[in-house]
Design a protein around this ligand. Structure first.
Ligand SMILES: [Zn+2]
Length: 234
């Protein structure tokens, strides 16, 4: 899957990250059943990295002392840690073999089919729906599934720097990415404003600039407006 670069139109107007991913796929949207859930998450990770870089930065309240702290890690390290697990054999585009059972990684349709299954039972039922042959032990099945198709929806371990309490907090890349897009909204609007003021270009033209080119123009505009001979940090 090759992704084209995002524009301000998409950054400001998409309604969710899946829609953004579909719009940026060269050759048109990928049908839902073409990628399993892990492949969808990996495509989302590639888009996140292209837009914001590798780092994931979380501000979370401590479960023990309730004070907020910051923790950060690299997206590639997160993916690598999720992929640790038993050695499995790929036997087809989405079929795998481990021990005495074969399985596949879940698709969107599997999630839809869960319907009203209570949250606690969902992971187990989803994993069981992916068994193709054999009767695996649930723990073995989940480990093999994680290795074949990790999903970026996990409990992250952290230490509170204030009280040293060890804890976990849930993180879903999809939701984190969406929050990052929302947080950047005022910055993007400011960039459009700066380019419009400096060049007098029509809004539609600015809105369709690739993100990196838009930022390059803003950098030039800001460096031109800085008084000469004055340090930028004064
Ligand atoms: Zn604490």
């Amino acid at each position: 899957m090759t992704l084209r670069e995002v524009t301000a139109t998409q950054e400001l107007e998409v309604t969710d990250t899946q829609a953004l991913l579909s719009q940026l796929c060269m050759g048109g949207p990928v049908p839902q059943d073409a990628l399993n859930l892990s492949e969808q998450d990996m495509a989302m990770a590639a888009l996140y990295t292209a837009m914001y870089g590798e780092t994931i930065e979380c501000h979370v309240p401590c479960s023990a002392c309730d004070r907020k702290f910051e923790t950060q890690f690299e997206l590639s390290d997160w993916i690598a840690s999720l992929r640790s697990g038993p050695d499995i054999t790929r036997t087809g585009p989405n079929t795998f073999l481990y021990s005495d059972f074969s399985f596949r990684v879940p698709m969107s349709g599997d999630l839809d089919a869960l319907g009203d299954v209570p949250p606690k039972a969902r992971a187990k039922q989803l994993a069981q729906a992916c068994v193709l042959e054999g009767t695996p032990d649930q723990q073995e099945l989940e480990a093999a599934l994680m290795r074949a198709g990790p999903m970026l929806d996990d409990d992250i371990e952290a230490h509170c720097p204030h009280c040293d309490a060890h804890q976990t907090f849930p993180l879903r890349l999809d939701a984190y990415f969406w929050a990052a897009l929302r947080r950047e909204r005022p910055i993007i609007i400011r960039e459009i404003h700066q380019i419009a003021m400096a060049y007098n270009w029509p809004r539609s033209e600015i809105m369709s600039l690739p993100r990196s080119l838009r930022r390059e123009h803003v950098r030039l505009i800001l460096s031109d407006h800085r008084p000469r001979g004055v340090s930028s940090w004064r």
